[in-house]
Write a protein that binds this ligand. Structure first.
Ligand code: PLP
Length: 400
């Protein structure tokens, strides 16, 4: 028999990747697929950032890096945390990883024992519970309700916390809803956490800069400095600087936890591509309008998509405060039959029928632990978004 590790048992592939793969397969057969499944900026990496990578490579920055990041990038990260978040981190409190995703992997591997619990507000980014499960931990979900703007309420959090809670994950602006917690929300959350001194807090702020209409996304480590010794502040360049392929994320946190995470990473990867690190430093130190120009485009597209979806009878759609997704509700369409014959009993049925009949790839809310919704990425061209919305409208009006 071919033997695989127990830790992989029952571990599904993320639904986001699955839907993207199905869309790709249909496209390979010649179908005119529009994929709104993946959260990936359609912009090119800014040329000055690419130039910095080029120069680093030509200057011979091609040797093994320090495991936790080059001094130059760690210094740029420290400046970023001070400038944007009002957070002071020493070099021993910073590490660079292969994307924000590896920060989570390192942190969970360094701290979780089988049977531990990881509290995850839902809807959530698919990877938090999947990575927690890889280390034998149990995800515990806290519902964030649409009527609360999908923000985490302290009273709901309090019900999920317990003696085995090893981590609380916070992700605001949220993937998939775009929800942003206010300073007051975070103060109330911090108050709950003070009763659980053995719980670490992962604050995933990767969508920090992608906020609209004057919204601000505060960092919990700045809101509750007394908890900073338990907080990993996660960020990266993938989303804000259109650098998903460079694989650079980073974290600030207490020196002992960062050292443990460095130990994990040293055994896994020996550190991050030096050339990508030079590019990331250039992005972080680059002019702020690099990001502002992209944010203006995301904001306009999000408004266009939300307004188009709101006009479809049977769909509901709130205007997200951040990130680059729309998260429409499809409750009004369930129990009906798509033109192609499929009975829509769930958001998964909706997403599958929409892909098969109108060639629009989305991800069902069930993948993020909140149904019945769909997640649509607005990080694609205006034309593709307009066409996708027209197809969704046609799909819904064809339901019987
Ligand atoms: N956190 C959230 C909420 C995300 O949506 C993503 C990417 O989809 C990541 C972290 C990880 O990004 P990366 O590993 O590219 O830095």
């Amino acid at each position: 028999a071919r033997v695989f590790a127990d830790r992989l048992k029952g571990l599904p592939a993320p639904a986001t990747i699955e839907m993207a793969a199905r869309a790709r397969a249909l496209r390979a057969q010649g179908a005119p697929v529009i994929s709104l499944a993946l959260g990936e900026p359609d912009f090119a990496t800014p040329p000055a950032v690419v130039q910095a990578a080029h120069e680093a490579a030509l200057a011979g920055q091609t040797k093994y890096p320090p495991v936790d990041g080059t001094p130059a990038l760690k210094a740029a990260v420290a400046r970023k945390f001070a400038r944007d978040n009002g957070l002071d981190y020493a070099p021993s409190e910073i590490m660079v990883s292969n994307g924000g995703k590896q920060v989570i992997f390192n942190a969970f591997m360094a701290t979780l024992n089988p049977g531990d619990e990881v509290v995850v507000p839902a809807p959530y980014w698919v990877s938090y519970p999947l990575i927690a499960r890889m280390f034998g931990a149990k995800p515990v979900f806290v519902p964030c309700r649409e009527e609360d703007g999908f923000r985490l309420r302290a009273d709901a959090l309090a019900q999920a916390m317990g003696p085995r809670t090893r981590w609380l994950v916070l992700n605001f602006p949220s993937n998939p809803t775009g929800a942003v917690c206010t300073q007051a929300d975070l103060e109330a959350i911090a108050e709950v956490l003070r009763a659980y001194p053995d719980t670490w807090i992962l604050s995933d702020e990767i969508y920090e800069h992608l906020v609209f209409d004057g919204a601000r996304a505060p960092s919990i480590a700045a809101v509750a400095p007394d908890l900073k010794e338990r907080i990993i502040t996660l960020n990266g360049v993938s989303k804000a600087y259109a650098m998903t392929g460079w694989r650079v994320g980073f974290a600030g946190g207490p020196a002992d936890l960062i050292a443990a995470m460095r130990g994990v990473q040293g055994n896994a990867t020996s550190g991050i591509c030096t050339i990508a690190q030079a590019a990331a430093a250039a992005a972080l130190d680059g002019p702020a309008d690099l990001v502002a120009d992209m944010v203006a485009v995301y904001s306009r597209r999000r408004r266009m998509v939300v307004e188009a979806l709101q006009a479809v009878p049977g769909l509901t759609c709130a205007l997200p405060a951040g990130a680059f997704y729309a998260y429409p509700g499809v409750a009004g369409c369930l129990g009906r039959r798509a033109a192609g014959g499929r009975l829509l009993e769930s958001d998964l049925d909706f997403a599958q029928a929409l892909l098969e009949e109108e060639y629009v790839a989305t991800v069902p809310g069930s993948a993020f632990g909140a149904s019945p919704y769909l997640r649509l990425s607005c990080a694609t061209s205006d034309e593709a978004l307009a066409e996708a919305c027209a197809r969704i409208s046609r799909f819904v009006s064809g339901l019987c």
